[in-house]
Design a protein around this ligand. Structure first.
Ligand code: GDP
Length: 168
């Protein structure tokens, strides 16, 4: 069997988007006792022929200036969106735009997860895609999925499948 390929995945998004919940889901850990991420947390999971190194970095405003310390050698960026957070959707869009302009993230694949799709207040994935202006992104290979990190539905697996796909 061929040696596992390593992939460095940075999980970012505004605070409360569900990054840590997602991470726990990937790891098969319980999601009922989650504290806000104040620093960062690195975990490794094996998926298909990949070793995924997941970096969960805190998203509070005061922590966002530290995000750049984690950009180096990133293969993929998972941008987690709280689909029910209408008030901060513009802020969410602005932060993503800033990231996409970062030189060190130039080669990274972008996976946008419109999380919390279980909530009745969730904005639909097409609208989120529009507000984030994803169609205008030419600099990165990207795709958006809606998902529910809490229940860990199969769209989550689909999205990681897409990320680990060898298609350019
Ligand atoms: P982080 O700050 O981005 O790491 O967000 P957390 O993972 O700490 O989650 C923030 C809050 O959102 C917690 O209360 C989670 O239980 C909740 N949450 C996360 N994912 C979902 C989801 O898919 N659906 C719902 N309803 N709540 C979620």
């Amino acid at each position: 069997r061929a040696r596992e390929r390593e992939m460095r995945i940075l999980i970012l998004g505004l605070d409360n988007a569900g990054k840590t919940t997602l991470m726990k889901k990937f790891l098969g850990e319980p999601t009922d006792t989650i504290e806000p991420t104040l620093g960062f947390d690195i975990k490794t999971v094996h998926f298909k022929e990949y070793q995924l190194n997941l970096w969960d970095v805190g998203g509070q405003k005061s922590l966002r200036s530290y995000w750049k310390n984690y950009f180096e050698s990133t293969d993929a960026l998972i941008w987690v969106v709280d689909s029910s957070d209408r008030e901060r959707l513009n802020q969410c869009s602005e932060e993503l735009k800033k990231l996409l302009g970062e030189e060190k993230l130039a080669g990274a694949t972008l996976l946008v997860l419109a999380n919390k799709s279980d909530l009745t207040s969730a904005i639909d994935v097409e609208t989120i895609s529009e507000v984030l202006d994803l169609k205008s992104i030419k600099s990165h290979h990207w795709k958006i999925f809606s998902c529910c990190a809490l229940s860990g539905d199969n769209r989550l697996v689909q999205s990681i499948n897409w990320l680990c796909d060898d298609d350019p």
